[in-house]
Design a protein around this ligand. Structure first.
Ligand SMILES: [Zn+2]
Ligand SMILES: [Zn+2]
Length: 62
């Protein structure tokens, strides 16, 4: 089971419009829990308490 990283719903229940291309993920893809998101000058870091932090996938466009 995978979850949407934008809204935390199961992927099959989400049409993918909940998260903008440049928005950081807010929910863990593996468990659907809310992530601790830290925005940094170069991007962001998002970590789940149960799963290791996901690698930054987005660089903000300035
Ligand atoms: Zn979603
Ligand atoms: Zn998780």
């Amino acid at each position: 089971m995978a979850y949407c990283d934008g809204c935390g719903a199961p992927l099959e229940d989400c049409d993918g419009t909940c998260r903008g291309e440049l928005d950081p993920p807010r929910f863990c893809r593996e468990c659907g829990r809310k992530l601790d998101v830290q925005v940094t000058p170069t991007g962001y870091r998002a970590g789940c308490r149960r799963h290791p932090p996901v690698a930054p996938t987005g660089e903000p466009k300035l």
